[in-house]
Every structure is written in structure tokens, then in C-alpha cells.
Design a protein around this ligand. Structure first.
Ligand code: HEM
Length: 417
């Protein structure tokens, strides 16, 4: 008989990473004026992005190492496309401590070898079929819980849960443990700030996944765990630590980012009712509206790199062994690339030229899935929540954070069904 696997909770079961993460990502209401001021003076400059934004430093980064920031669109683009200079080794300190040997911490040739396999699963042709079979059911089940009431907090009751629900079903994990998985998926990334809880979550997931991989190898299903566990390179299964790291990363990367992207899009549309109306009148605008939300206030503002050699960016010398913060949030609002960049405009012609998913060899594996999820979620919202508007009796939404952005609440009203 197959053993029923149990995921271990944190010793302090009351630990709430959804609140704790605010201290790590920051509560900054609007980091963009400062970024604009810095970018206007320097395409690149010395400095630790977290400190400049008033946050505590990342405790996993080695002390005494020089930090730099790259802020202009063109220089961020060049750095993302130059992995031989700007290595992903920077993530061995923080993401490496959370997930282990994940693709985010690797450079070529190791990176290309493993990424090729993982990427195949998330190609547009596969992702498209999940829209009907997984995304729509998850989205609609959540909405069924509140459409009769005429009001909701779209963060707490919807966006926080639906992308995690999707990856959870794709991995075919036990429904009863969904909440615990979600909690540990978020806790593990807090290592850079709360090493104790972060490592505990990471150990508990690390205990669970090898057993799950063994079960799915013995009894194959059509879920993602079975698919990846059976994949081979040069006639051999992928090393177990690589698989475990990938699953740890997946349950976080897939759940935590799309939630923020959808929340930003909804917030900006509700704050700009003329644009929401425009979208209602012409649904063909939806793909561009999604790109504009990702450009305007993308979930991942900063990406880290490590200089593999001495280099120079826009006249600034960066010695080998420096940490470089590629500030996508500054590049995505560079007036040299985007006209009137601080305006949210769902008709912007070049909205999709953003770095919300990065660029180059590490460009987000899940970008096609993220877009399908946001399309399906927004379509359901437009179809099923008529007369959607901000709730005049509740505080208006306020986007927060300097590392990852999201409002804590999004109180809305609509005509009940
Ligand atoms: C709006 C949603 C998303 C955003 C904004 C986003 C953003 C990013 C960014 C910026 C990177 C590059 C990090 C770097 O190298 O510095 C990345 C990588 C990655 N993302 Fe996403 N992501 C999203 C959704 C997803 C989803 C849905 C999945 C999984 C299905 C996913 C899985 C990954 C993985 C595995 C990598 C590592 C790729 C590599 O290093 O080769 N992401 N993502």
C-alpha cells in the first residue's frame, strides 16, 4: 500500500509568513519617485538596493562585498544578456538557501542542461490546455465563494489563492494540506531575513518531496511531479537534489508572483475606472493591459547578479565578486524607453518591452502560464462581477513594497448574482 505522506508544520505553528514577509519586502508606498531621481543621475551607481530603499540588508549576502545598482533600461538590458559577466551565482546565498540547487542559482553550461528540461513543460502549447482543465476551475471555485454577497476583498478571497491553487493541482498534491504547503512555500523565501523559520520550512519541504518523487516514479500519473520525476538526461533521471529544488522553487515562484501581478492590474483598473470601462467594451485590450500592469508595477522589482569578472557599466567600475542589483522597476519606467512612464495606460504601444520576467537565459520559465492565469482570472472577473467598483465604505487599496509589490487588501463591490 502507498504510504500517505505528511508535510511537517513549523514548530511554531502560529508563525504567519503572509504578515512577516511585509517586513522583508518593505512597506514602501511608492518607491518610484526615488528610483526616477537616482536613474536620472546615474545609469549605474554603487549601493545596496535594499539599504537605499530603507530595508534591512539581506542577511545571507556575504559581508564586506561591494554592491552596485543598474537603473537605466539600456544598461539593465545589456546586463541581463551578459551572463558571462553578470552571473546568477548571486542567488546561491539567498534563493540557494531557500530552494537549494535551483536553476536560478546556476550559470551555463549547467543551467542550460537542466533548464531545457523544465522549460519544455511550460511551453505555450502545454500551458494553453491547462487554462481550461485547471485554471478556470480553480478561479471559478474561489469566485463561487463570494459572488452572491456583492462585496469582497479580492486579495484575501481571490488573488492570493488562485495561482497557488493552480500549481498545487498541477503537482497533484493532497487537497487537505493546501494551506500548510502555501504557508511553507512562502516561509522558505524568508531566509534572507528570518533564517530560522526560512530554513525550517525549507527542511520540511525537503523531507517531503523526495518521498513524493519516489511514489510518483513507482506509480506514474499525468501530473507535473510525475512528468519531471521521469525526465532523463543522458539516459538517467535528474539528480534528486535538482528535482527537490525545482519543486520548492515552483510552489513559491508560481504562487507568489502571479498573485501580485493580478492584484496590481486589478488595483490600477479600479483606480482608473475609464480604463476598466475601455477594457469591458473591448476585451481584445486585455493582453496589453496585463503587460502594462507588469511594466508599471511588476511583482519583482529587483534581480540580483554577481560579477564574474571586473567590469564597467556606464563609467562605474565594478570589481569581480560584487553583488549587482538590476533594478527592473527603474528600467520599466525609464523615459528613454517609455513615453510618460509613470502613467498607467492599457493602450501603451510598447507595454510588453518590460523586464518583469527578466530577459536573457534566466527569463521566467512560467511567463506563459502567468499570462494564461491572468487572462483567465480577469475574464472571470469581468464576466462574473458586473458593475465592479472600489468599496466606498472601506479603505482604498494601497500598493506596498520595495522588493515585491502588492496591496494588502482590495475591497470591492459588485452586483450580487
Ligand atoms: C507574473 C508572474 C511572474 C513573474 C513577474 C515572474 C518573474 C520572474 C523573474 C524576474 C525571473 C528571473 C529571476 C532572475 O534570474 O533574476 C523568474 C524566473 C523563474 N520563474 Fe517566474 N515569474 C512569474 C511567474 C512564474 C510562474 C507561474 C512560474 C512557474 C510555473 C515561474 C517559475 C520561474 C522559474 C522556475 C524561474 C527560474 C528560471 C531560470 O533561472 O532559468 N514564474 N521569474
Amino acid at each position: 500500500m502507498t504510504e500517505v505522506l505528511k508535510l511537517r508544520d513549523l514548530a511554531n505553528a502560529d508563525f504567519n509568513p503572509f504578515v512577516e514577509e511585509r517586513f522583508f519586502f518593505g512597506e514602501n508606498e511608492d518607491p518610484y519617485p526615488l528610483l526616477a531621481e537616482l536613474r536620472a543621475k546615474h545609469a549605474a551607481m554603487p549601493g545596496d538596493y535594499r539599504e537605499i530603499m530603507g530595508l534591512t540588508p539581506d542577511v545571507t549576502f556575504p559581508r564586506g562585498v561591494p554592491h552596485f545598482m543598474i537603473l537605466s533600461y539600456d544598461e539593465v538590458a545589456k546586463a541581463l544578456q551578459s551572463p558571462q559577466i553578470f552571473s546568477n551565482q548571486a542567488y546561491t546565498f539567498n534563493l540557494g538557501a531557500s530552494f537549494g540547487r535551483s536553476v536560478s542559482t546556476m550559470d551555463a553550461p549547467e543551467h542550460s542542461r537542466f533548464r531545457r528540461i523544465f522549460q519544455k513543460i511550460f511551453l505555450p502549447q502545454h500551458v494553453k490546455k491547462w487554462g481550461d482543465s485547471i485554471v478556470d476551475p480553480v478561479v471559478n471555485e474561489l469566485m463561487d465563494g463570494f459572488i452572491h454577497t456583492g462585496k469582497a476583498d479580492l486579495i484575501g478571497q481571490f488573488t492570493l489563492h488562485y495561482p497557488f491553487g493552480v500549481i498545487y493541482r498541477q503537482l497533484d498534491l493532497p487537497p487537505a494540506e493546501g494551506k500548510l504547503f502555501h504557508k511553507l512555500a512562502v516561509t522558505q523565501t524568508l531566509v534572507s531575513f528570518d533564517f530560522e523559520h526560512g530554513s525550517e520550512a525549507n527542511a520540511n519541504l525537503g523531507e517531503y518531496f523526495p518521498k513524493l518523487i519516489a511514489q510518483r516514479r513507482a506509480q506514474r500519473g499525468d501530473d507535473l511531479v510525475s512528468l519531471v520525476a521521469q525526465a532523463e538526461v543522458d539516459g538517467e533521471y535528474l539528480p534528486e537534489d535538482i528535482l527537490v529544488s525545482f519543486f520548492r522553487q515552483l510552489i513559491n515562484a508560481a504562487g507568489d508572483t502571479t498573485y501580485r501581478g493580478t492584484s496590481v492590474l486589478l488595483t490600477k483598473l479600479l483606480e482608473n475606472p475609464d480604463q476598466l470601462e475601455m477594457l469591458r467594451a473591448d476585451r481584445a485590450l486585455l493582453p496589453n493591459a496585463i503587460e502594462e500592469a507588469l511594466r508599471f508595477d511588476g511583482p519583482v522589482i529587483e534581480q540580483s547578479r554577481w560579477t564574474a569578472v571586473d567590469t564597467e557599466v556606464a563609467g562605474v567600475q565594478m570589481p569581480a565578486g560584487s553583488i549587482v542589483h538590476l533594478v527592473a522597476g527603474a528600467a520599466n519606467r525609464d523615459p528613454a524607453k517609455f513615453i510618460d512612464p509613470d502613467r498607467f495606460d492599457i493602450r501603451r504601444p510598447n507595454a510588453n518591452r518590460h523586464f518583469a520576467f527578466a530577459a536573457g537565459p534566466h527569463i521566467c520559465i512560467g511567463q506563459h502560464l502567468a499570462r494564461v492565469e491572468m487572462m483567465r482570472a480577469m475574464t472571470a472577473i469581468l464576466d462574473r462581477l458586473p458593475n465592479l467598483r472600489l468599496d466606498p465604505d472601506m479603505p482604498p487599496p494601497s500598493l506596498r513594497g520595495a522588493m515585491m509589490r502588492v496591496p494588502h487588501n482590495l475591497h470591492v463591490r459588485f452586483d450580487p448574482r
